[in-house]
Each structure stands twice: as C-alpha cells, then as structure tokens.
Design a protein around this ligand. Structure first.
Ligand SMILES: Nc1nc2c(ncn2[C@@H]2O[C@H](COP(=O)(O)OP(=O)(O)OP(=O)(O)O)[C@@H](O)[C@H]2O)c(=O)[nH]1
Length: 877
C-alpha cells in the first residue's frame, strides 16, 4: 500500500496542513512538514484523532444551512463561542498545551466557516442588485420605446389613427381630454424636487441633486389637458434642470429636445386658443359722416379720421387722390381740411377757441342770445340828448329829472349817476346824463353803443349851428334815430319853421313833409310840450320794439366810474340784458369783483337791476373806465382770474404802445409833441469824455429845441440808466462803453434807444442831424459774436494770440472787433488772423475755442471780452 502524505490527509479532512502536521507530531509521528509521508496505521490514527471534531463541524454546517444567512460580526462571534464551548467540553481532560492548540485550530476552523458565509451574502446582494438593474433597464426600455412611438406619431400624425375602442372611450363633449401620445412631463421646479427626492433614495443617501438622470416616467397614453390656470402655469414652467436656467436638462436635451420644445409651444398655443376663443377680425362699423366737420387748423389725418368716423388711412388716401401728399401725423392747413370736407360732401367749420378773458365776445354772445330768447320783455329806451352849445340840453335834462318822477319817488334825483329814468304813464325812459355828441362819440369810439334814440335839441331862436350838424352826423353814423326838439319856444322870435327847413337839408324830413322824423316844439325852461317829447320817444321806442331778456346773466356798460372816499371804486352801470343782482361776481373792463351794493338813480339801495336800468355799483377792485363792458361770471374765482388776466394784458398793451424817443423818431416826436428839450442819458468810459460830450450836447440848438442831459456817468450802461431813460422818454448815448446784458435786454423790452459811439463828433453829429430830421444812417453795426479770452500767448513777430471761447454767435476772420474790459471798450479794431488748432479758418462758431490776433493791438488780457461786429447797410426809415 502506498504511503499517504500529510497534505493529502489534510485535504481529505479539509483541515489545514499545519494543523494536521501538528496533530501528527502530537501523536508522536516523525513528520517534518506537510510533504512527509505516513504509514497506513499512522493515517488511520491521525484521521481517528480528527473524528471527534468532525461531527461537531457537521452539525454546525447543517444548522447554518437551515438558518438564514446573516452577515454580522455578532453572529460570527456567536459561532466562535459555540465551537469553543463544545471543544472545551470535549477535551476537558486534555493537557493545557493541547487544549490551547486545539483551541487555536478551532478558531481557525471558525474563521474558515465565517469566510465561507461572507461570499454567500455577497452573492445574495449581487443577485438583488442584478434584479433591480434588470427592472430598471426594462423600465428604461419601455420609456424609450414609448417616447419613440410618440415622436413618430408627432411626425406622422395621420399614420397613427386612434382605434375605434379608443374613440368610443373618449366622449366627444369632453374636449379637454385628448389621445395624443405619451406625456413627457415638464420638469417644473416642484416636480424636479420630487424626482430628486426619489433619486436620492435610490442613491442610498447621496443627497447631491442628480441633474443628469431624472427618473424616467412611465408613458401615459391619455393626456388630460389641465384646465385650471394653476395647472396652466405649472405647465409653463421652464425647461430647466437648474432653476432659472433654460435648456440645461440633459435628459430633455437628447435627440428629442427640439421636438419637445416645439410640442410644448404648439400645445401652449392650442391651449391659448382654447382658452381665448378666436377673435373674429372686428369690422369697423361704418358710422355716418357728421353733417359739419368742426375742425381746428393744424389737425392731422388721425384727428380728422376720428371726427369723420373714418380710418386715417382712408383720409390719407383721399388726400392723395386730391393731390395732397401727407401722412397720418402731418398737420394740415385750413384749405386742405376744407377740401377734404368738400370731398366727403359735408360742410366744414373752423372751431373757434373761446378766450374766457375776452369779455367783449362774451358780451356780444349774450346780446345775440337774447335776440332768440323766449323771455323777452319790453325795455325802456335809452336816450341821449345832443345839440349845439347853449341850445338847452342841460336845461331839458334838469327839467326831466325834477319833474317827471312819480309821487312815491318824490324828493327828486339827489344823486347824479350818469343816467336816470323818467316815468310817463307808467312807462320809463332812460336818459344818459352826459349831453353832447362828444360823450356820445367817445362811448361809440370805445365800442359802447348804448343809445337807442337821439334827441337833437335846436334852439328855435338860433337855428342849426356847426355842432348841430356834427351831432346829426354822429347819430346817423351810429344809425340811431333822431327826434328833433326845437327848444326855447317860449322865447320871442322863436322860428321853428326856419329850423325845420334848415334840418331838412340834412335829411331830417318831418312827417308833415312826408318824412319820418319826429319834430316836437318845446320849452325846456317852461316845460312846454316836454311830455309830448316823452310821448314821442315812447312812440319811437314802440316802433323800434326794444326788448330784453331779464332772465339771462346780466351784461352792461359803464357810463361813468370814479374812486369814492370811503366806498372805493364806484361805477355807474347801465344794465342792458338780464338782471344784475347784489353779490354777482363780475368783471368790468380790466377790473373784477362782486356787486357789493347797488344804488338806483334815486339814491335807493336795490337788490337787482333790470334791463335799461342805470345803477351805481360798488365792490370792484379798481376803477373801470367809461364804456367798459360788464359781464357776470359763475364764480368769483373765475371773475378774479379773468380780471387779473385782462389787467395784465392791458398793462402789456400799454407798455407796447409807449413809443420812446429815439434818434430815428426824434424829429417827428419833436414836431408832434411840441418838444422844447431832448432828454439824454450819457455814459462814457472816463469822466473827461463825459464832460466833453455833455458840453458839446448842451450847445446844440435846433430851432429853439435844446439837449438836456438828465443823467451822466462813467462806466457800463446799466439797468438803472435804462429805467431812467424809459421813464423820462430819453435815449441813451454810450461813449466807449457797452450796456450790461440785463440792461441790453431791458432796453429791448422797453424800447429805449441806446446809441454807442467811439468818436465824439460822430455822436454830436448824429444827435444834431436827428433833431434836424436829417439823420440818415446808411450803415449800422451789427454784433455777430461775443468771445471771452481764456488764455494769451506772446509770440515774437506775431504779437499776442488770444485763446478765446466763442460764447455767442460767430467770429469771422475779417470781422471788426472790440476789446471790452470791465464794461469799457479798450480797443476797437480789426481781426488780423483767426485760427483753430493751428489752421487758419474763415469763421468759428459759438461753443468752440479759437485763437485770434488783433491788428495793431497786443495788450490782450485773460478775461477780456471781444465783441465781434460787422457794418450793415440800413435803409433810411
Ligand atoms: N328862455 C329859455 N331859455 C332856455 C331854455 N332852455 C335853456 N335856456 C337857457 O339857455 C341857456 C343855456 O342852456 P343850457 O341848458 O346850459 O344849454 P346846453 O345846451 O346844456 O349848453 P352846454 O352845456 O354849454 O352845451 C341857459 O341860460 C338856459 O336857461 C328855454 O327853453 N327857454
């Protein structure tokens, strides 16, 4: 029998070689290592020594097979303890040395057992992962397949027909549900978070957000289009992997990214269309054209389109056809707009802007409005008495004032208020208390035509005189009917027949002679036939049908106005239309206020004044002028603003109308105003010049008219000089000086003439010639630019170069130039050279720097001012 080696036995027993070698040595065999050979008996003995361990090991193996594999340190330790205990129990009688060895062997065995259990657990885990991967890949495959099908369907929508069963399933009414393929949910931020969370779970606690691999979703065949706005919004979420960044999601950036985007866009549009029903192109209603086109000059096609209810393009087209090339925004003139209106076959009317401060227009409008009023009532006539001097006008008015008042008005007219009313048979007649045609014409000249009837007083003993004729002419030109009162009939030698014959030459034909002029022979002194005269006035008034509307807002005219101590501004007003009430906010001429008190011609306080009634009113802020219009406004605020505006305008007009004496109009002004002195304000560079000029001026004597220097001084012409000259109607002579900027603009505003000279005799000549009416300036200097010196350079052979800045206008290389230092002209000459950046230039405009030299003058200093001027020919005025 062949010998067995140790390692073979160890292999057979499945025990480590070293353990078997040791065991053999323990049994007393002569072995060196695991290659040593053993006899059969020795092998049996050795195997037998291991038999006691084998059952325990077998039992251990079977128990482990049945139990579930648990890989844990505690279980290994448990096993170790178990085997240890068993070994201890089995070999309790062995020697300590052997026990230790056995124990060690057992330990090794146990380690081997543990090593055997570890690969088993790994296998299980491996299997588990493989299964999971398989599931995942299966899912991915399904997703990819679904996506592919879906995109194919998108590309060829006709090919994919929903089968009948599907059609049946989808109710027709339910429009929001569509079978359009798998839904690729958009990664809204909320959804993204959710995906990440699930990913993170799969990643075994890896909390880093996984942008690269969002969890693929199962394809969904039916897609419900969200109806709620909330859902719509969520579907509008950006296609982002990262919040705030677009298109970074690689999953959606795959091959289908582009088509995804398109699909999203398409779906969004569809949704929009669905949500907002398609707008039908609104057809503009053809509105009828207006009867009249009320336009303003400067309107454009758009404005006119609105007025005409037509498209601006149509207007442009129409104008084009009419030969007017325009666009929609171009302003059109009056003629073009009227042409367009004519083309449409409608009238055109230019809109007039109502200026609320124009009370004359308001007044006229009120007059016009009353003509068509339904509230018209008879009003007393307003009468003016005219005639030649001493023919008895005042005597007649006095008689009427004192005699023709009713009993209850006894006491007579104590107060003279410019007009009064007399009563006859309960009818009233208003007389203006300012006789004579001068007053009448003055009122007329100022636009006040308040008189209805003129009573022409002619003294029977004197006949027609020059002022009688003037009065006739004035009355006729005003188209006011004349009633002839032949006065002083009580005087012996009165010859009314002669007067009638004379007046007939002036076309005042009495009714007896076939005419229509009323003649009444009266005596103002005795009162003879005065009632007849009044009767005739009323008759004439009836013929004229004088009516007014007492219910409208009052308008009136100032007959007289004055400033009363204690009462302020007092105005005698003749109410012409409407009824004036106490408290009415009014504007009278350029004044304004509220009617505080109202007094009638009997001196009684009244609350209201009806048409043709003269009243004295208080409450105005200033004294108006006679013939000023009175207009009532709705509120005091408006009245105030209108009054202030008018006062301002009047002041401006007054300023504009003031013509100051100038050298040009000096001769005419001297003749017109009969001037004895010509006032001058004189300013010069030095006191010596002032004195020399003053003496020379004061020697001038032209036909008894002398020059009076009202103010003289050294230095620039300032505002004070201009104010003085303006107030004194003087003009200013400046010798080698210039006006300050403010003085210059002030002189232009106020029209004060400033003449500047640099040669004494020229100044004297000009003034003398102007006084003689021979001033014929052929040339006038015109300042074309102003410069300031900023730097100077002295260059040999060239002189001083002035580095200057052009503040205003322009400087030319051939201009004349004045050097002004502290308002005084220090040199007057010619520009020698003009450069800009080393180049010679012809001119330099405002806002640029330049360098210049002055012919024959080098004393230029920084801060000097240059006045560049040209001599321009002026036509004689
Ligand atoms: N005998 C007589 N004298 C009269 C009559 N009317 C006026 N007189 C006198 O004539 C003079 C002039 O009368 P006025 O009333 O002042 O005449 P007037 O037209 O107002 O004169 P002026 O104010 O200067 O324009 C006075 O002395 C009157 O007394 C009259 O009817 N008979």
């Amino acid at each position: 029998m062949a010998k067995e080696r140790i390692y073979e036995v160890a292999k057979e027993l499945n025990i480590d070689n070293k353990v078997v070698v040791q065991k053999a040595r323990d049994l007393g065999f002569d072995v060196k290592n695991h290659m040593s050979s053993l006899e059969d008996s020795q092998v049996k003995q050795l195997k037998g020594s291991f038999q006691s361990i084998a059952p325990a090991k077998e039992a251990d193996k079977s128990s482990k097979k049945n139990s579930k594999i648990k890989i844990s340190v505690s279980s290994i330790r448990k096993n170790e303890k178990k085997t240890e205990n068993k070994t201890v129990r089995k070999h309790s009688n062995d020697k300590n040395k052997n026990n230790r060895r056995r124990n060690q062997n057992n330990k090794e065995n146990n380690q081997q057992n543990a090593a055997k259990t570890k690969p088993a657990a790994r296998d299980l885990l491996k299997q588990f992962k493989q299964k999971q991967r398989a599931e995942e890949s299966n899912l991915n495959k399904q997703t990819q397949k679904a996506k592919q099908e879906y995109h194919e369907q998108l590309k060829n929508p006709k090919q994919v027909k929903p089968n009948k069963t599907e059609e049946k399933e989808v109710p027709k009414a339910k429009k929001t549900e569509k079978t359009i393929g798998p839904k690729i949910l958009k990664p809204s931020p909320a959804r993204f978070k959710k995906n990440n969370a699930s990913d993170n779970n799969n990643n075994n606690g890896n909390n880093k957000p996984n942008f690269r691999k969002p969890t693929p979703r199962k394809p969904v065949a039916k897609v419900e289009i969200p109806e709620s706005p909330k859902d719509t919004n969520s579907s509008r979420g950006r296609d982002t992997g990262k919040p705030g960044r677009k298109g970074k999601n690689q999953f959606f950036n795959n091959h289908s990214d582009h088509s995804d985007r398109q699909e999203r866009k398409r779906r969004k549009n569809k949704k929009r269309q669905h949500e907002q029903p398609k707008k039908q192109p609104t057809k503009r209603k053809e509105r009828p054209l207006p009867e009249t086109l009320v336009y303003e000059e400067g309107m454009n096609a758009q404005d006119l389109g609105k007025l005409l209810h037509r498209e601006p393009a149509e207007i442009v087209k129409k104008l084009f056809m009419l030969g007017v090339m325009t666009n929609q925004n171009q302003s059109l003139d009056k003629d073009t707009i009227e042409l367009l209106a004519a083309e449409y076959g409608i009238n055109a009317e230019q809109k007039v802007h109502e200026d609320i401060s124009d009370i004359d227009t308001i007044y006229e409008k009120q007059i016009e409005a009353s003509k068509n009023s339904k509230n018209l009532v008879d009003r007393p006539p307003v009468v003016t008495i005219m005639g030649h001097v001493d023919h008895g006008k005042t005597t007649l008015l006095d008689r009427l004032r004192h005699t023709h008042i009713s009993a209850h008005e006894a006491g007579g007219i104590t107060q003279k208020i410019g007009a009064y009313q007399v009563r006859l048979d309960d009818r009233l007649i208003t007389f203006l208390d300012t006789p004579g045609h001068a007053a009448f014409s003055n009122m007329r000249a100022r636009g006040a035509e308040v008189t209805d009837i003129v009573v022409l007083v002619v003294a029977a003993d004197d006949g027609v005189m020059p002022q009688t004729i003037e009065a006739i002419d004035h009355a006729k030109s005003a188209n006011v009917p004349i009633i002839v009162a032949i006065n002083k009939m009580d005087v012996p030698g009165a010859n009314p027949q002669h007067v009638t014959e004379q007046l007939m030459k002036y076309n005042l034909i009495p009714e007896d002679y076939g005419g229509d002029t009323i003649y009444v022979n009266i005596s103002a002194k005795t009162g003879e036939n005065v009632d007849d005269l009044l009767q005739m006035i009323l008759l004439q008034s009836d013929v004229m049908e004088l009516k007014a509307d007492p219910k409208q807002k009052a308008i009136g005219t100032v007959i007289e106005a004055r400033l009363s101590r204690g009462r302020g501004s007092v105005a005698d007003i003749l109410v012409q239309e409407g009824t004036l009430h106490v408290g009415d906010p009014i504007v009278v001429g350029n004044t304004f206020g509220r009617v505080r008190t109202m007094t009638n011609d009997r001196g009684r306080q009244v609350k209201k004044a009806t048409p043709s009634m003269p009243v004295e009113i208080t409450g105005l802020n200033d004294v108006p002028e006679s013939a000023d219009k009175l207009v009532v406004f709705d509120d005091e605020k408006t009245a105030r603003s209108v009054g202030e505006e008018r006062a301002q305008q009047a002041l401006q007009r007054q300023r504009e109308n003031v013509t100051h004496v100038t050298l040009d109009n000096l001769f005419d002004t001297m003749k017109k105003e009969n001037m004895k002195e010509v006032d001058i304000v004189l300013k010069a560079d030095v006191q010596g010049s002032v004195e020399a000029l003053q003496q020379s001026f004061e020697k001038i004597d032209v036909e008894g008219v002398r020059v009076n220097v009202i103010h003289s001084g050294v230095g620039a012409i300032n505002e004070s000089d201009v104010t003085l000259a303006g107030a004194s109607n003087a003009f200013i002579i400046g010798f080698n000086v210039r006006p300050t900027a403010t003085a210059k603009s002030q002189s232009e505003t106020e029209g004060v003439d400033i003449r500047l000279y640099s040669v004494i005799y020229k100044a004297i000549d000009d003034v003398t010639s102007a006084m003689k009416g021979m001033l014929e300036p052929t040339y006038e200097e015109k300042v074309i630019g102003n410069l300031t010196v900023r730097e100077t350079w002295k260059v040999s052979k060239v002189g001083t170069i002035a580095g200057s800045f052009v503040d205003k206008g322009v400087v030319k290389n051939d201009s004349k130039i004045r050097v002004i230092r502290d308002g005084i002209v220090v040199y007057d000459g010619q520009i020698a050279s003009l450069k800009r950046f080393k180049d010679d230039v012809k001119e330099v405009k405002a806002g640029n720097d330049c360098g210049l030299t002055i012919d024959g003058y080098n004393d230029i200093k920084v801060g000097d001012e240059f006045e560049v001027y040209e001599m321009q020919e002026v036509k004689p005025k």
